[in-house]
Design a protein around this ligand. Structure first.
Ligand SMILES: Cc1ncc(COP(=O)(O)O)c(C=O)c1O
Length: 349
């Protein structure tokens, strides 16, 4: 085992995306699917398990269809490059995940990077793109590093008013937000044109999917290069995803536990004067430190106390905003959070 994994096994982990604590679960006992797809899905790599999982996720989210990808990175790059083209305008939040940024860049479309969460700026960019072939607004629902949320209803209104399509990456919201864990769009009553979700965060596996209309699925099947030119996701993982989706849909207790751990952490950290990003809510608690060095030093001190919180530095986050990205999980008991808070207090001293 590499040193970090060995250490993490002994430590209290407060920086994973395993919000519901499913990553450590064994394979479901009835998971009898092939281990490998054997080829691209378009060749001989489509197994019954893929189709079952795609239908299960579609029914969970209340969409017509979904398409599995081998990772969230591949899903975002594949979807955005397949959909947006030269002559289009893509309006992209300044803090979008690298996979969305790379998708925008590879698409050849004109990119309008707008200030984080600034819907006014989105509107201006859409107006500037009025004569473009197509307009796309691309955002995360729960931002991975800042733990905040755009006004999804306003973005939907703007897209409708300006004949634009809304692409929402729900990687961090699925499983923990919305009715039956169906995400922030569902919670806000917003229907994106393209929804991206991952299997590697709350669902505790790896892989991802794009959800939307049947036409979208067919289009991506044929045009998303990270799907077409890549071996299909393991059928075993796909079948396990069916179990994880059912489990997550029913897991209100897990969601309540994540929320309780997040509340306890947030109030304990605020009480010790930690400068948490004011807009953050839910399970992601960004503690902004002055410099990358300060973030690394805090992370080292916490590790010494048996608490794993990695320092997040540029280029993952903008210069001057290095941070500890602290995350809550259903695996943390009240006593664990107390122990973590005590470690934070000693590390600050
Ligand atoms: C918002 C967001 N989208 C996509 C991804 C990529 O997902 P994956 O790890 O499955 O490639 C991540 C992962 O960190 C993410 O935070």
């Amino acid at each position: 085992m590499p040193p970090l994994a060995a250490a993490a096994a002994e430590m209290l982990v407060l920086c994973s995306n395993d919000y519901l604590g499913y990553a450590g679960l064994p394979w479901p006992s009835e998971c009898r699917a092939a281990s490998g797809a054997g080829a691209s899905r378009l060749v001989s790599g489509t197994h019954e398990a893929h189709l079952v999982a795609e239908r299960e996720i579609a029914s969970w989210l209340g969409v017509e269809a979904t398409l599995l990808f081998s990772s969230g990175y591949a899903a975002n790059v594949g979807a955005v490059t397949a959909l947006a083209r030269p002559g289009d305008v893509v309006v992209s939040d300044a803090l979008n995940h690298a996979s969305l940024i790379d998708g925008c860049r590879l698409s050849g479309a004109r990119i309008e990077v707008v200030r984080h969460l600034d819907t006014e700026a989105v509107e201006q960019a859409l107006l500037r793109g009025a004569s473009a072939r197509r307009r796309w607004v691309v955002t995360e629902s729960l931002f991975s590093m800042d733990g905040d949320t755009p006004d999804l209803r306003r973005l939907r209104e703007l897209c409708d008013a300006h004949d634009a399509a809304l692409v929402v990456d729900e990687a961090h919201a699925l499983g923990i937000c919305g009715p039956r864990g169906t995400g922030l769009c569902a919670e806000m009553g917003v229907r994106p044109d393209v929804l991206v979700g991952t299997l590697g965060k709350s669902l505790g596996l790896h892989g991802a999917f794009v959800a939307g209309s049947s036409t979208l699925r067919t289009y991506l099947w044929n045009r998303a290069r990270s799907f077409v030119f890549s071996t299909g996701i393991s059928p075993k993982v796909a079948l396990a995803a069916v179990d994880r989706v059912r489990r997550a849909a029913a897991d209100d207790a897990g969601r309540a536990r994540v929320a309780a751990a997040a509340r306890q952490l947030r109030s304990g950290l605020r009480a010790m004067g930690a400068p948490l990003l004011p807009g953050s809510a839910g399970p992601i608690l960004p503690w902004i430190l002055e410099s990358a060095g300060a973030a690394v030093e805090m992370s080292k001190r916490l590790a010494h106390e048996g608490v794993l919180v990695q320092a997040i530095r540029p280029p993952t986050v903008p210069a001057g905003t290095s941070r500890l990205r602290i995350t809550a999980s259903a695996l943390l008991s009240e006593a664990d959070v107390d122990r973590a808070l005590a470690a934070f207090r000693r590390a600050v001293r």
